[in-house]
Ligand binder design. Structure first.
Ligand SMILES: Nc1nc2c(ncn2[C@@H]2O[C@H](COP(=O)(O)OP(=O)(O)OP(=O)(O)O)[C@@H](O)[C@H]2O)c(=O)[nH]1
Ligand SMILES: [Zn+2]
Length: 199
């Protein structure tokens, strides 16, 4: 694609391209693309898909760096039950659930809202749950350089519910630990505080 003058121009161009692909899909699955209810569907679907994958245009480390504050607090900070919606890269179907994140500051704390924003940046891409977990973990570790960071994600995958193996109640848990959370006592304290039965 040609280089774009600005983000707005890029957004218009890319929306039109994705819209044309969706129009083809709607026709290919046997629908009448001229039917009243479907006329605007390719455009709506394109906008929805670009919203759900907007993380490719965003810089998670920059988001964290924009709200780091020098502070001597060095106990655990936990943000739990962060709702998360992503798309599995194998089927482009949603997987969704909760992220629980903790860090132990090392001279800097971060604005609390920035942690869920980081989750969104990486979730709004084509992902597998394992890589999503590590993307969040490494981003916080590299940027904040805390004494420790922990990420747990619990999610349900629509590709295992609506199709394929068709299991409605399975939940996948992934986790990653760095620094002080690699010690069993710190990790267990975190797991206890997020009130799961993982410990
Ligand atoms: N590890 C991992 N696997 C995932 C994730 N999301 C979806 N999958 C799996 O990716 C696998 C893709 O396997 P394939 O055999 O290539 O695809 P498939 O024929 O559609 O597989 P079925 O879902 O078993 O019908 C499936 O087992 C999915 O359950 C994820 O986040 N992490
Ligand atoms: Zn899938």
């Amino acid at each position: 694609m040609a280089p774009y003058r600005n983000l707005e121009e890029y957004n218009i161009e890319i929306t039109n391209e994705v819209k044309d692909h969706f129009a083809k899909i709607v026709g290919d699955i046997g629908e009448d693309i001229t039917r009243e209810g479907l006329v605007k569907t390719p455009e709506r679907a394109a906008k929805a898909m670009l919203f759900l994958t907007q993380g490719y245009q965003q810089d998670a480390e920059e988001i964290l760096r924009s709200a780091m504050f020098a502070e001597s607090y060095d106990d655990m900070v936990i943000i739990k039950d962060i709702e998360m919606y992503s798309l599995c890269e194998h089927h482009m179907l949603p997987f969704f659930g909760k992220a629980h994140i903790a860090y132990i500051p090392n001279g800097h704390i971060v604005g609390l809202s920035k942690i869920p924003r980081v989750v969104d940046v990486f979730a709004r891409r084509l992902q597998v749950q394992e890589r999503l977990t590590h993307d969040i973990l490494e981003c916080i570790n590299n940027t904040l350089k805390p004494k420790g960071v922990a990420v747990v994600i619990e999610a349900s995958h629509m590709c295992m519910m609506m199709r394929g193996v068709q299991k409605q109640n399975s939940v996948t848990t992934t986790s990653g630990f760095r620094g002080q959370f690699e010690k069993i006592e710190t990790r267990n304290e975190f797991l206890k505080l997020i009130s799961t039965d993982l410990s």
